[in-house]
Design a protein around this ligand. Sequence first.
Ligand code: FES
Ligand code: MG
Length: 586
Amino acid sequence: MAGTARTKLRSQQWFDNPADPGMTALYIERYLNYGLTREELQSGKPIIGIAQTGSDLSPCNRHHIELAKRVRDGITAAGGLAFEFPVHPIQETGKRPTASLDRNLAYLGLVEVLYGYPLDGVVLTIGCDKTTPAMLMGAATVNIPAIALSVGPMLNGWHRGERTGSGTIVWKAREMLAAGEIDYSGFMDLVASSAPSVGYCNTMGTATTMNSLAEALGMQLPGSAAIPAPYRERGQIAYETGRRAVEMVHEDLKPSDIMTREAFENAIVVNSAIGGSTNAPIHLNAIARHLGVPLDNDDWQSVGHHVPLLVNLQPAGEYLGEDYHHAGGVPAVVAELMRGGLLPHPDARTVNGRTMGENCAKTENLDDKVIRSVSAPLKEHAGFINLKGNLFDSAIMKTSVISTEFRERYLSNPEDPDAFEGKAMVFDGPEDYHNRIEDPALGIDENTILFMRGTGPVGYPGAAEVVNMQPPAYLIKKGVHALPCIGDGRQSGTSGSPSILNASPEAAVGGGLALLRSGDRVRIDLRKATADILISDAELTERRAKLEANGGYAYPEHQTPWQEIQRGMVDQLSAGMVLKPAVKYR
Ligand code: FES
Ligand code: MG
């Protein structure tokens, strides 16, 4: 139970066990060889791991190499001993075929380290998209005292007096390149202007989302998520995080005491308020599964959909990471939610031993252009809906990003204002889309719904961020800037188009998308949260029999051992894309 003082430290089973001098000596001698003393290892000081996710290969998290020194200082000051160790790198933008292939690999590696080495507690260094869920999933499984530390976002990017945000600027640069306003070199310069310092993406992409949610779950010190990486407060909170890790070991305050069902409900509400990424349900559902906390996409709709958007960050809004911090970061968002009566569980416990409500209630919102109040939000109903039908059992849509143009074109029938029907155009993976989208023979028009399949955790190992597809150039020239997009893959947290994502089960495991054919009519009802191919059940059954007779939906060969191993045991996006055999270990 939390709060019960520990009598014997876990690490003493390795380093101070008089009943077994042989093993104790073997365990201890090699840790002395770089200068540690027996006194340090045997005096009952808590040993705190620093799970290091930064490296030259992971620039978003690389500043953790510096911050770890301050974490270590904090651990030492509180009477602990720091053991820093490397975590398998995950770089969102650098890893092929996709960084999400590595989330579960880093998770497995962390579990082995936390379980197999003499650690009493751990500081989880988080930042780039998947590093955060990987670390929280590992801490959930092993359940030793754990506290997360964000690396912090980059400073704001600027180009000719305008803010340029990570990822988001790429979409704009593509349009400028296509329009001939910039060339190849101008393209590189414009995009690179969004990355002016160490840190993770400065937009409300998956990184800012997941770091904010790690704080909303109670796993970071209050205010920690939003401090920009180069700011002095970042080093200061690294020190405080190290100190607190030692105290948490003495208090035996574990991940399962903090990441409760109540904490997840708070995080879902915060996700809506910050305009969080559609990757968040995948990762939070995964963390919950490793804790044994029931959580699914129905909860995301029922707990989160009604919550308004308060945070004005790109891509949905105007500002960037530094502005978010100056306005007060996560505590200011939570305080606004509390004032509006929208935080479901102010009494949820956090890593500092106090409740979410105690930590945040008095936080002042220092810039109401960046963080709005519940009474003057940027958008109503900013959470997700969870669509179902014969196309899939679950798919996520952020209805608040539907543009006026889109609404007028697709949702303007007064008798049926929340539904639209269209003709399906189906692509099997991103290459197929790129090869064929401009082909006029496909007959793509404003009544077409674009589908992308073969891009789930099995089909495209790890699930690709490719569902947001642009219409063909001839339609864009006619003023059709977005067609409805549906797929079994993901969407980058830094893009802002209205898409139906994360469809589960995916085509590769026989989901309804595998039965869809170009030309089929499809109906989407946003009020009922349904998505269906408009064909008879008999026809569906016939198509399924044919698919199965042909050996199922075909997907590309494995390229690495891990791709093959993960494909054999990975669950669907709606179920967190976890490794199925792993969830029973707690
Ligand atoms: Fe690493 Fe965005 S690419 S945080
Ligand atoms: Mg991403």
